[in-house]
Design a protein around this ligand. Structure first.
Ligand code: C2E
Ligand code: MG
Ligand code: MG
Length: 813
């Protein structure tokens, strides 16, 4: 009986205790906001809406502010118990106002300066002589300008109207504002604007601070704790359920802001609040100290400022030592050792716990894991999570996502010529410029090196993506000024779309990468959308790369030979060796389908070596057996001249071992090769000349080389490209050009070979303007060695003019 009474009493007491807040009237408290109702304060509305305040026994009245209102006095004077303020709170405290900072919601402040200045080269200093509306009470602006050595007194300052339209109308040149606010209005008007972020000069402050007064903490410590906890719970909820809270604001809190604006705020705040990285409300003592130091160094805070009194301690430490001592004594001497052990273990556990729980450590670890330290953009790991989320969201809402893959063109050259420091600065500037075009910086990622991706989760149509990509390209190609250097770089962009091109993030990324590759292939400094055709080309390319590996070993290559004749007589003087690939699956494959790939993958070095050695061996045989004066022309690729030492060094020995006169060999190089800065080309050509090997400039007229280039290199022949020949007719511009080339070449002591002669008319015209040699289907197509041998034999005996076609090649062309 006695037992059951106790039990009933216990239940009653517990019930009463648990339900105290709801059993009695809720405690009324007031929260003074620092601005009009907006998503900027979402967490507080969420705490109210979801009953988090009520659970803690609180009835919270949320009061908006009118622009320019003093937020601190109502809290200090007890009209409101809590307030939301900027970092001016520090100065209020310093001037004797007993305010205490309870929690941080914004890990980064959203305060920025905004201008409509279009000139990229103008930095923050350009605002020195301008007219401005600055919120000078926001200490961070003052700190930023002071840090940038801008004298506010020399500026023309107007009273802040808090209306970005004044910037648009030209009333002022610069305004202070918030990155979650004014840019929306400027973007809506499609205006180009520039933001100066104090973070760029190391002024990285916390954003909105939740605060109270010392009196409130002293008189109502539990209420402060309860309010703080419920508010932060509300914030977590709001950031996880943005759409719902936007609707709550629109329904319950009178505001002139639109749904679109609130959504914009919600999105841009993600970066500042960092709800997924940092526990809500968290602040670091060290970071506050750093902020205080900046203020103090700028003379904006007294030297003796007591930070500890300013910061609220949400979990004051409990003196456990005493508890353990008492426990040890009570347990007696026999358990002393055991108690000691428990004590040590528990201290260890607390230390471990403290370490693990250390948000600061977490923040650093997170940053290292998810942010790129150079550009401060999100990194590859972060990208993987975010793209996944973006696709899930798009799937749920039946919307689309575009992925832009951006790679700088020839960035390696910048690193090589200007050093890695300049390269790093360039990457930082590229990141800045991207952030100016893409409103949500968190959607820009640096995957590594000079590769960036951008997730676009809201767009109207393809035209929007086209214009956005072009804006990015234009912005990135503007000059970069570092010290005295003015550098230029361009970028190539590939674009893939969800769900059109791919439904999973890996494929979407791969396709955007493939499209970027294609943009580079088409000449760089451009964007390309992914297409299936492009994908097929890339698959083919990958197959070729893989097949090339075993091609030499498996003797899949073959040389065909095409005669080069004296134009006037038709006599075969030379032969050009042209490679063919007997592909095990695709059959006879022409060089245009694989040479470029072999060049890019350096397979060409061994292939080129094989070509030279096979062609020269063949030549030796034909010179010995049929025509002792025959000359062999062999094509070479730029990649073969890339390195100081190369397989080419063995060619001279090879010729010697064949006892073949080096003069019987012509090495063909392309015109574009001699335009490139490549000292090895010059060196190798000199070696060729030294050994008596002749050099021909292939495809002449396609690479814009100048006379000075021709003079610089030791060249014996010019081969006029077939594009000139195919359009040759009486009085044509091509004919005049060919004539000019021939006159010029002859003046320089070079002979001229016309490529791609297909008609008698072309031959006649070329003869008339003094061309020396001809090559083309009119005489013969390239043909296998046996056919060429027959041709050589018959022509040696008859000295006739040919029109023999190789049936094998004919089918292919
Ligand atoms: P190229 O050196 O300018 O060779 C001439 C190309 O024009 C050959 O194409 C030839 O078949 C073609 N041709 C000859 N006469 C006529 C004509 O009257 N009309 C037309 N339309 N075309 C004609 P092919 O054999 O397909 O070779 C293409 C290119 O591949 C060559 O152009 C050369 O740049 C490269 N190439 C061929 N073999 C090798 C090689 O062993 N090494 C390297 N690095 N490149 C090679
Ligand atoms: Mg050639
Ligand atoms: Mg050519």
């Amino acid at each position: 009986m006695k037992n059951s009474v106790t039990k009933a009493l216990f239940i009653l007491i517990s019930f009463t205790l648990i339900n105290i807040p709801s059993a009695f009237a809720l405690e009324k408290v007031t929260l003074q906001l620092k601005w009009k109702h907006a998503f900027q304060f979402a967490g507080y509305y969420a705490a109210k809406e979801k009953g988090f305040y009520e659970e803690k026994g609180l009835d919270v009245n949320i009061i908006p502010a009118v622009p320019g209102q003093d937020i601190i006095s109502p809290v200090v004077n007890g009209f409101a118990q809590f307030g939301v303020s900027s970092n001016s709170l520090l100065q209020a405290r310093d001037s004797g106002k007993p305010v205490v900072m309870l929690a941080i919601v914004y890990q980064h402040s959203s305060v920025v300066l905004l201008t409509l200045e279009k000139d990229m080269t103008k930095g923050i200093h350009s605002i020195q002589d301008q007219t401005a509306m600055l919120e000078t009470k926001t200490a961070e602006i003052a700190a930023f300008l002071k840090q940038a050595n801008i004298d506010i007194n020399k500026m023309t300052l107007l009273k802040h109207s808090y209306d970005p339209q004044d910037l648009v109308n030209g009333k002022v040149d610069v305004i202070s504002g918030y990155s979650i606010d004014e840019p929306f209005f400027l973007e809506k008007q499609n205006l180009y604007y520039k933001t100066f972020n104090p973070r760029s000069l190391g002024i990285d402050f916390y954003g909105d601070n939740l605060f109270t007064s010392e009196k409130e903490i002293r008189d109502h410590p539990e209420r402060v704790k309860a309010f703080r906890e419920a508010s932060l719970k509300g914030w977590q909820y709001a950031m996880d359920n943005k759409e719902e809270i936007i609707q709550t604001i629109l329904r319950d809190y009178p505001t002139s802001y639109t749904y679109e604006f609130l959504s914009y705020q919600a999105e841009t705040m993600e970066d500042l609040v960092q709800p997924t990285l940092v526990e809500m409300g968290y602040f670091s003592h060290d970071r506050w100290q750093h902020i205080v130091n900046i203020y103090q160094n700028l003379g904006m805070l007294s030297k003796g400022f007591d930070l500890d009194k300013f910061l609220y301690d949400p979990a004051p430490s409990v003196g456990l030592a005493f508890f353990y001592q008492a426990l040890a004594i009570a347990a007696g001497i026999l358990v002393l050792i055991a108690a000691g052990l428990i004590y040590v273990l528990s201290i260890n556990r607390r230390l471990d716990h403290a370490l693990l729980e250390s948000q600061e450590a977490k923040e650093i670890i997170w940053k290292q894991a998810y942010l790129d330290p150079l550009t401060n953009l999100s990194n590859r790991r972060n990208f993987k999570g975010r793209i996944q989320k973006a696709l899930e969201k798009a799937e749920a809402k039946h919307t689309r996502v575009a992925l832009l893959y951006l790679d700088l063109d020839d960035f390696k050259a910048i690193n090589d010529f200007h050093g890695h420091d300049v390269g790093d600065n360039l990457l930082i500037e590229v990141a800045n410029r991207l952030s100016q075009v893409i409103s949500k910086k968190r959607n820009i990622y640096r995957l590594g090196g000079d590769e960036f991706t951008i997730i676009i989760d809201q767009f109207e149509d393809k035209a929007y993506l086209e214009s956005l990509s072009q804006t990015i390209l234009d912005k990135l190609s503007a000059p970069y000024c570092f010290d005295k250097d003015k550098l230029y770089i361009s970028a190539s962009i590939g674009i893939s779309l969800y769900p059109k091109h791919a439904k999973n993030s890996d494929s979407l990324l791969r396709y955007a990468d493939e499209a970027m590759f294609s943009a580079k292939d088409h000449g760089r400094n451009q964007y390309q959308f992914f297409t299936q055709k492009l994908h097929q080309d890339i698959l083919y390319r990958m197959q070729v790369i893989s097949d090339l590996r075993s091609s030499l070993e498996e003797q899949q290559f073959e040389l065909h030979y095409q005669p080069i004749v004296v134009l006037n007589t038709g006599e075969i003087k030379k032969a050009e060796a042209l490679i063919r690939w007997n592909h095990p699956v695709h059959g006879l494959t022409m060089p245009l389908e694989f040479i470029k790939i072999a060049e890019e993958t350096s397979h060409i070095i061994d292939i080129g070596d094989w070509v030279f050695k096979t062609a020269s061996k063949q030549l030796k045989q034909w010179r010995s057996e049929i025509n002792p004066d025959l000359i062999m022309s062999v094509n070479t690729s730029p990649a073969q001249y890339q390195y100081k030492t190369s397989t080419m060094d063995s060619w001279f020995d090879h010729l010697q071992s064949l006892e073949l006169d080096p003069h019987a060999i012509i090495i063909e190089i392309t015109e574009s090769m001699i335009m490139k800065e490549n000292s090895h080309i010059e060196e190798k050509l000199m070696q060729f000349g030294h050994h008596g090997i002749q050099v021909a400039l292939d495809d002449f007229g396609t690479g814009y080389s100048s006379l000075s280039h021709l003079n610089k290199f030791d060249i014996d022949f010019i081969k006029i490209d077939q594009t000139f020949i195919s359009h040759l007719s009486m009085h044509s511009q091509q004919l005049e050009l060919c004539e000019a080339i021939i006159i010029m070449a002859h003046k320089l002591g070079l002979s001229v070979i016309a490529e791609g002669i297909e008609t008698e008319e072309q031959r006649r015209l070329l003869m008339k303007i003094g061309c020396d040699y001809g090559q083309g289907y009119l005489f013969a197509t390239p043909m296998p060695k046996d056919d060429f041998e027959d041709l050589l034999r018959s022509s040696s005996s008859s000295q006739a003019q040919f029109r023999i076609m190789s049936s094998k090649d004919k089918n292919k062309q």
